[in-house]
Unconditional design. Structure first.
Length: 270
């Protein structure tokens, strides 16, 4: 090989090597660009959702009565009747042991009421083992004719006339063998029972029939104890309050002012 040919070969080799170098640099640069393009930063905006909840509270204001003897608020009451009474038909076997007392259930003429329901309630009450039959010497039998005890649903004004209104509140009473249950109280109950009408009606029947059996009024014996059924719970279950209400109107018993308050109770032997 002559000198000229050798020089030409060297020149070609240098050009080829330079091309490889350029090619390598371009590849590195392009890779860097590609990597830069492939690297994507994603920014996520955080959203805060605020939910406002509105709570509506309904407040019912309970009436505060001036006295526990007040007639509670409630539905319409039978204010007037004719003063005469008719029997509600019904009968029962003798319940209890000892001397059997017959009783009839009556409603005053002019008083519009569910008479069958009233009669059934009275019968159920006097037949209950928590009632007077638990005394051991009392038995009852319901009849529709002549009876030793006549349990009467009596209009408000007739009850006031029969029972007296010296203490200006609605009361029930017993006059001989006649038991007058005030229809005003039968419908509305008493403050001391706090709306428990069923228990108050049990009390009303048992209290007044208790008088027909010779039972007198009694005070609360101990704080928190069930009130004796012969306590005047229509007035209150507090001895202090009963004593204040009946002051000047003798009720056959001295109620001590001793701070004792009982729980309402409708049964002679709860």
């Amino acid at each position: 090989m002559n000198v000229r040919t050798l020089l030409l070969a060297c020149a070609v080799t240098a050009l080829v090597l330079t091309g490889f170098q350029f090619a390598g640099e371009r590849t590195t640069a392009e890779s860097a660009v590609t990597a830069t393009q492939a690297t994507t930063t994603t920014t996520t905006a955080a959203r805060t959702t605020t939910t406002t909840t509105t709570t509506t509270t309904t407040t019912t204001t309970k009436r505060i009565y001036a006295s526990s003897s007040d007639l509670p608020d409630g539905g319409p009451i039978p204010t007037d009747g004719s003063g005469t009474f008719h029997a509600v038909p019904g009968s029962s076997p003798v319940v209890g042991t000892g001397y059997a007392r017959t009783y009839a259930v009556e409603v005053e003429d002019g008083v519009v009421f569910d008479e069958q329901a009233f009669g059934a309630f009275v019968q159920e009450t006097l037949s209950d083992p928590r009632g007077w039959t638990a005394r051991g010497d009392v038995a009852f039998q319901r009849v529709s004719g002549p009876a030793a005890i006549r349990v009467r649903l009596t209009s408000q004004n007739t009850a006031r006339a029969v029972c007296g209104f010296q203490i200006p509140v609605d009361v029930s009473c017993r006059n001989g063998g006649l038991v007058h249950l005030s229809a005003a109280r039968w419908v509305r109950g008493a403050v001391a029972f706090d709306g428990d009408l069923d228990s108050y009606r049990r009390y009303l029947v048992n209290h007044e029939v208790g008088h027909a059996l010779g039972e007198g009024h009694r005070p609360c014996p101990a704080p928190g104890a069930p009130a004796p059924v012969m306590m005047q719970q229509t007035f209150s279950t507090s001895n202090d309050e009963v004593a204040a209400i009946i002051a000047g109107a003798p009720q056959g018993v001295v109620i001590p002012v001793d701070g004792k308050v009982c729980r309402p109770n409708g049964w002679p032997f709860p």
